[in-house]
Design a protein around this ligand. Structure first.
Ligand code: XIL
Length: 302
């Protein structure tokens, strides 16, 4: 393949990027997107605050623009994200338990039905575990008021809303074997044992010098795949530049390719110009949309 998407397709994988609706009027952004990628993840437009800032009043406009761009170009769409403690409108945190449960299920159902048939994988729950060694759940309105069962309730509701979408749990600092990934692993194992509908686990894979690509990345992806779920690299970016950044990107891509159930890779943005890591250069295209050494390393790994 001569593009990221065509090379990945040759290996049976998709190659995606996060996209912001606000950049879809920029020709260099759009041409790079259209040429190189075959899956998109709305970077912010499908988060709760963007879609339902006011209870039961849904604003799908920006997310719809990304979905229709993708569909007109034959790209797939990852849905991100239904239940997350962040970018959550204030009204959600003010609800009592019974009301919060119905608001959560209503949000999942309305959003998934709106996009039914158009999303290959949904991040149903994002970042529900704490960092560090405890393996505990992160405090959030959902965790604090509904308890541990909120995650499986969200997945059951999601399955009913769009049975054709793959349902993923997504998190960061779970890329290698550690206490946090062990806790997610135990949850997925339990879900599979009890028939809770889960199809995939997303590994965000935001890497930097303090948190480099783990040496056991492949082994960690493989142990999750061995539970009977797909795995996906969902938000890949790697701080740095030049050949060391390129080498790390190659290592990350090779980890996915070595795991049969690693179905695709998404990088968290098209160009360094718009990376969420302000001032950083963690992506495959520089601010002028020129291919970086990291791009060439990914293409040759694929
Ligand atoms: C980030 C976006 O890239 C930013 O534009 C926004 O300001 C904050 O969220 N984990 C996730 C993503 O799951 O949704 C986050 O995206 C990055 C970390």
């Amino acid at each position: 393949g001569t593009t990221l998407a065509s090379a990945a397709a040759g290996k049976g994988r998709y190659f995606g990027t996060a996209v912001a609706a606000s950049h879809l009027g920029e020709s260099a952004y759009v041409s790079t997107l259209n040429t190189e990628f075959d899956s998109v993840t709305p970077e912010n437009e499908m988060k709760w605050d963007a879609l339902e800032g006011t209870r039961n009043s849904f604003s799908f406009g920006s997310a719809d623009r990304i979905v229709s761009h993708a569909q007109s170009r034959g790209m797939k769409v990852r849905g991100h994200t239904l239940v997350w403690h962040s970018q959550l409108p204030g009204w959600v945190g003010g609800l009592g338990a019974a009301d919060l449960r119905s608001a959560m299920n209503h949000h999942i159902t309305q959003v998934m039905q709106h996009y039914k048939g158009k999303i290959h994988s949904w991040d149903v729950v994002n970042e529900a575990f704490q960092d560090g060694g405890s393996g505990a759940r992160r405090s959030s309105p959902f965790q604090d008021k509904l308890g541990n069962g909120f995650i499986e309730e969200a997945f059951r509701t999601a399955r009913a809303a769009d049975p054709g979408a793959k349902l993923c749990y997504n998190d960061y600092n779970t890329d290698g074997v550690n206490a946090k990934s062990n806790a997610v692993y135990a949850m997925v194992k339990d879900f599979k044992a009890r028939g809770v509908p889960i199809d995939c686990v997303g590994f965000q894979s935001h890497f930097n010098s303090a948190s480099p690509v783990p040496g056991d990345y492949r082994a960690n992806l493989q142990r999750f795949a061995d539970l009977g779920v797909d795995v996906q690299i969902t938000e890949l970016d790697i701080e740095g530049s030049g050949s060391s950044q390129a080498t790390s990107y190659g290592t990350a891509v090779n980890a996915c390719l070595a795991v049969a159930r690693c179905t695709g890779i998404t990088v968290w943005g098209v160009t360094d110009k718009y990376s969420w890591r302000s001032g950083g250069t963690p992506l495959l295209f520089d601010g002028n949309y020129h291919k970086k050494p990291a791009y060439h390393a990914v293409l040759s790994a694929l």
